[in-house]
Write a protein that binds this ligand. Sequence first.
Ligand SMILES: [Fe+2]
Length: 315
Amino acid sequence: MAAQAHDFHSVADRLGPSLLRCRLHAQANLRARLVHQGEGPLAVERVIPVDRIIAKILAISGFAARGRANCLDIRTVTREQPLANLPAAFDGFRLLHITDLHLDCVEGFTGRLIDLIGRTPHDLAVITGDFADHAAGYFHDCLGDIRRIAAALGPGALAILGNHDIIEIVPHLEEAGFRVLLNENTAIERDGQKLWIAGTDDPHFYRTHDFEAARRGIPQGACSILLTHTPEVYDEARHYGFNFMLCGHTHGGQICLPGGFALVRNGRCPPAQFAGAWTHHGLHGYTSRGTGSCGVPARFNCPPEITVHVLRRRV
Ligand SMILES: [Fe+2]
């Protein structure tokens, strides 16, 4: 189904004129440069085709097939997340966290993911960005997969944008069935009680996130979960009163030494926030290793994951 022109006007209104201008300017620059975003510590990505070099090394060394198989070996991580102010009706609520799909990177990925979703009971699904893999955000080849994943998740799934997602993808995501949070929030209701979910635009490359707008309307002291693409903003986010932050972006390094030591880090954050669960000045967080794979269709010592966060009321 083609996106209607009026849908984009509504997206523009939701993001606001200043942030929209920033985003469109950065998107145009990125397309003109035709190189990787290169905003991490390995900024050399901007001028050297690192992904292609790594892919070549894997092909020559005979590790490419194993690396690709590892990308399809998606693990289900189930963990409990205690939250002090969780309403009683949400004790045991299962939040399925999927992130960094990069749908045009690894052949066969979407089928594996849909199979796994079908075997993973959950109450709410969220996707924290990076639907496409192309560095400039070209997403049209991914639309069929996006619709299949949305259908597998069913109504009510929430999504935010990552640094590989251009703003034009939003109407397509919403037509597929996702509710996209563009510095916005929504309340999930159970037995008259509310759990608030807020989501920002991409804070990594486009930097068009707005925590204050995402927080607007959430009552003081209410339990709230923040969806934001990267852990790099963990310290900024803690000032806005969210209780639990879900993010991805780092892929846990994707290609790691035994023990999970990342060879390449694409985000400026401490090791504690790079992968897994963390707490920072009262803000609980979880950085997923990612469900898909970025750039190079290979993973080593860093399996992809979907994550089920079982929320628990801490009394
Ligand atoms: Fe990302």
